[in-house]
Design a binder for this molecule. Structure first.
Ligand SMILES: *Cc1c(COP(=O)(O)O)cnc(C)c1O
Length: 438
């Protein structure tokens, strides 16, 4: 073979535009393959996770990743934006329909950046925020001292009632009247009950504060008609798109008052972000389109039924559910009665192929690294096709593992873990997911 022919063959084996990942980077390709197997063989019970559609992943992995599109559809700083405009407009129109609101910005890269943009749009540094405490179910971006929101704002936090685990609205009102916040933040990451948007609005009105509803966790249940939309009450609504909503990893901001359009849009860009991720926005458009289909309502209903079936099964085995149950996709188990630490429990369950996260419970005596609780969620399993009967069985398997751990004084219990892992793998095999990782 001549030198020139060899060179040509080499170019063919590594062509930037046609070579597949498998060929270009076997190390990364291999790890992605392992991740697919993990997702196939483990039951995902992390409440903030889901399994998005292959269609969403295809949109995300498309040529759109090449395009810069600073600005908004029809008003971009770079040319060549006709098709990304078309896609972003689809995402915006579908989002407005899903949540029944007048305006949407689908550009935030994440839930966190959605919140930052709202703070930047409506508040000054040092402004007063009233929000839910992290260890009572709130989120880091709602004013935790380790987050920019806690460093730049003057934050007071409400929580849930000790006796029943529900948000204490009277306490919220009392705190609001004392603090006179510029903004009240509602919405949570580990709160299983319906949030009373109307009551929050009434409290915000009494003290003339902005009301931000962060529905990152609940968006899919709102879109699916199981939970009320906060768009009728909150000035601004923020969300992620990858949790119960089952879209690509990202964020979104919704509002009704046109006067807020300029401050919010400008806070996202140029205030906070540069070029929007149009490939992710395409994934959002696809996910919103799917969420507008009638079967998404059934998914949303099943998410709640399944979480309730699992919580009931754990309750029947003597495990304490914070607030006594769930109206949503998520619930917390308080492990204090069993004397277990969240970290040990999470690790033991993972060895049994049950993946959840340790979580602080209200007024947790343990540090956040250890915790006294576990958080469970039904979205990913429901997407997979599991029924309420399957979730009741999962609750039983979780109880088996935790009982086994307790018997061994919080140490590994390999025999129980292995037996449950076997059953979980069988269940996973009955509900297959993607056949390919890419
Ligand atoms: C998950 C979550 C966020 C943050 O979303 P990221 O995309 O991880 O930045 C914000 N707020 C709440 C209430 C959440 O649960």
């Amino acid at each position: 073979m001549s030198q020139a022919a060899k060179k040509m063959q080499e170019n063919q084996t590594m062509n930037l535009f046609t070579s597949a990942l498998k060929q270009v980077d076997p190390a990364v390709f291999g790890a992605i393959g392992h991740e697919l197997h993990r997702q196939q063989d483990y039951l995902e019970l992390i409440a903030s996770e889901n399994l998005t559609s292959r269609a969403v992943m295809q949109a995300q992995g498309s040529v759109l990743t090449n395009k810069y599109a600073e600005g908004l559809p029809g008003k971009r700083y770079y040319s060549g934006c006709d098709f990304v405009d078309e896609i972003e407009n689809l995402a915006i129109e579908r989002a407005k329909k899903l949540f029944t609101c007048n305006f949407a910005n689908v550009q935030p890269h994440s839930g966190s950046q959605s919140n930052q943009a709202v703070y930047l749009a409506l508040l000054q540094p040092g402004a007063k925020i009233l929000s839910m405490a992290l260890d009572h179910g709130g989120h880091l971006t709602h004013g935790s001292p380790v987050n920019i929101s806690g460093k730049w704002f003057d934050v007071k936090q409400y929580g849930v009632r000790k006796q029943d685990g529900y948000i204490d609205y009277d306490m919220v009102e009392e705190m609001a009247q004392q603090q006179k916040p510029d903004m009240i933040v509602c919405g949570a990451s580990a709160y299983s009950r319906v949030i009373d948007w109307k009551r929050f609005r009434a409290i915000a009105d009494k003290v003339d504060a902005w009301l931000l509803a962060d529905v990152a966790h609940y968006a899919g249940l709102i879109a699916g008609g199981v939970l009320p939309t906060p768009c009728d009450y909150a000035d601004v609504v923020t969300t992620t798109t990858h949790k119960t909503l089952r879209g690509p990893r990202g964020g979104m901001i919704l509002w009704n008052d046109e006067a807020l359009s300029q401050p919010i849009n400008q806070a996202v860009f140029p205030g906070l972000q540069g070029g929007p991720l149009e490939h992710v926005i395409a994934g959002k458009a696809v996910a919103f389109g799917l969420a507008l289909q009638p079967d998404f309502k059934i998914y949303a209903q099943n998410v709640v039924k399944n979480a309730q079936a699992m919580a009931n099964a754990l309750d029947a085995r003597g495990y304490t559910i914070v607030s006594g149950g769930t109206d949503t996709h998520v619930f917390l188990v308080d492990l204090r009665k069993q004397g277990l630490v969240g970290l040990d429990a999470q690790r033991s369950l993972y060895r049994a192929h049950l993946n959840c996260n340790r979580n602080t419970i209200p007024d947790d005596p343990q540090k956040p690294w250890y915790t006294s609780g576990l958080r469970f969620g039904s979205p990913a399993g429901t997407t997979r096709g599991l029924s309420a009967a399957d979730f009741a069985q999962i609750g039983g398997m979780v109880a088996d593992v935790l009982d086994g751990l307790k018997e061994n004084g919080g140490e590994n219990n390999a025999s129980v873990e292995d037996a449950v892992a076997q059953k979980v793998k069988e269940m996973c095999a009955r509900f297959p997911i993607y056949t390919e990782a890419l």
